[in-house]
Every structure is written in structure tokens, then in C-alpha cells.
Design a protein around this ligand. Sequence first.
Ligand code: H2U
Ligand code: ZN
Length: 346
Amino acid sequence: MFTLSEHPHRRFNPLTNEWILVSPHRAKRPWQGEVAGTPPETRPAYDPTCYLCPGNARAGGNVNPPYTGTFVFDNDFPALLPDTPTDEPTDHPLFRVQGERGICRVICFSPRHDLTLAQMETPDIRRVVDTWAEQTLDLGGRDFIRYVQIFENRGEMMGASNPHPHGQIWSTMRLPREIDKELTAQHDYFNAHGVTLLGDYLAEERRRAERLVYANEHWTVLVPFWAVWPFETLLISNRAVPSLPALDDAERDALADALHQITVRYDNVFRTSFPYSMGFHQAPTDGAQHPYWHLHAHFYPPLLRSATVKKHMVGYEMLGTPQRDITAEQAADRLRQQSAVHYTRA
Ligand code: H2U
Ligand code: ZN
């Protein structure tokens, strides 16, 4: 008899139409040899050398205002520019090029240099949620911006350049690759069933209750069935709204609470400031209605079995298919068991 916890198998990701390989037999004792974590970093609340702290100068000579909540500025080293040619020179079909326009911004989550989302108070995270929604409206409202990607790289391991709590926004005239895949899948599902793909998926996950990590009245955090990163989670809005600006007051408070819950649990797993890349996937901002799009966020953390052992996508994963040892069910169990109090305060 086939069991998910015993036998090597493939799992299908219906959001991207891709398969992943699961090797549960390799992680029979996944927590052996676990280390005790790293001592909490001690950082000052204000760092005079930090380019994100209030009142400090950034590259290019701009000076941050003495901000007290969130603070947004145009990236001084933007990956995309608002004014650039958008031609598609036709030279050779195997050498395709498209000019791409966009706007990149940086969001400071807090004036406090020493905090992370996991250590911020929920009402302060709520201000970050409001800033993300405002930015989606502002950037998405530009005639040439069709997609607003909000994300956070946390930790040096994920390439974050600075420990000051911050995230980024890259908004573009064309849909990014992951959005393209998710759009097709969600659009086709909605056409076939008349409900959102993630709405049906959420109902089924709640019934099965094997991969749930945390739920409040408006949001659910779970390890998706098809997870590939060790402690990957999906944060799904219970109501099928297409984007952040559509969230009402109660849903925004609940989102701040869910973000607090998941980031604290992450830090508690290995008693470390847990690295990850996270971001929201919302509907395109092209002026059309997107009833099939169901707002959600992905957390992709690379830590595998301690504060130092990291999953690398190498070898078979680069050349074949992404693979995981710890099953989604084991990871969800582990996250669910964590205290909702940050380990530095317990
Ligand atoms: P990351 O930590 O995720 O790299 O984000 C920091 C961003 O801040 C990065 O994109 C920008 C970098 O370009 N930055 C500025 O805009 N101004 C500065 O003075 C330094 C860094
Ligand atoms: Zn700082």
C-alpha cells in the first residue's frame, strides 16, 4: 500500500503546473543532530551607519526623513527604470529581446534597526500591510505598470543587504514568470469550476487538517502539499480577494496577526533569525477584473535541519526536478508545535 510518509513519490503543484519529487524515506529521523541555534543578534535600535535608519544618508546623497512608522523610497539602484525603450527588435527568433519598464522601491517596516517582522508588534505590522496596499494602488495605477511584486529577503543567506527590517517592490510592465504560470492555472480552474483554485484547495486542506500551521478568522497558514523548500508555507486569504487593496479593515488586522504568527514560529524552529524570501502574489494591475485570482503569500525558507544546514537546489534539482526529504506533513507538524512567543522573549 502506498503511503506518503514512506514511499518516494511525485507531488503536483496546481498553481504552477509543475511536479516535485518527495523522498520521505530519507528523512526518517530528520531532527537528529540538531544544533541549539545561534545566540540572538544584538543590534542597536539606531545604527548611524545604516542606510535605512531614520535621518541617515543613502547612496546618491538622499537623506531619510525622521520617520516613525513605515518609510518608502525609490530604490537608488533600481533593477528597472520607468523610462526605457520597450521595443522588441526582431533580429533572429532564437535571440529574442523585449525592453522592459518598471519602478523599484524599498520599504522600511520600522524605524527600529534592531527588530524583524517576527519581533514587531502586530499593530506595527498592520501599518506595513497598509503600506503594501497603498503601494499596490499607487504603482499599479500607473498606465504602464501591469504587475506589482511585493517581497522581502530576510537574512544574509537570502541576499538581504542590511538587517534593518525592510522589503522591496518591483513593479513591471509585463507579468513575471511565476505570475504568468499562476495566472494560467487559476484562470483555467475558475473557468472550469466557477470558484477559485485556492478557495477549493483551502477547503480541502481544512478538512484534511494535516498541513495547517495557523488559522485566524480571515487567513490560513499551511505547508502546501507540493512544498519544495523545507519549511515553505502558503498564507491564503479565506475570502477570495484578488489583491491587497481589496482587504477590509478586519482582514488587514488578521493578516498582520498571521504574519506575526508565522514569522515567530519560524524563528522558534531553530532558535535563530530564520532566513526566507517571502512575497505576495496578487492580480495584475492592468485595469481588468481578475475574479479567478486568489490573494496569497509564499514563504520560501532555505534552512533544513538546523540554523546552519541549508537546502541548496543543486545536482538533480538543477538538472532534473526539485526534491524534498522532509514531507510537508512533518514540516507543518513542526511549525504548529512552536510557541507563538518569540524565543528571545520566552
Ligand atoms: P535587499 O536587502 O533585499 O537587497 O534590499 C535593499 C535594497 O536597498 C537594494 O535593492 C537598495 C538596494 O538597491 N539600496 C538603496 O536604494 N539605497 C542605498 O543607499 C543602499 C541600498
Ligand atoms: Zn537601520
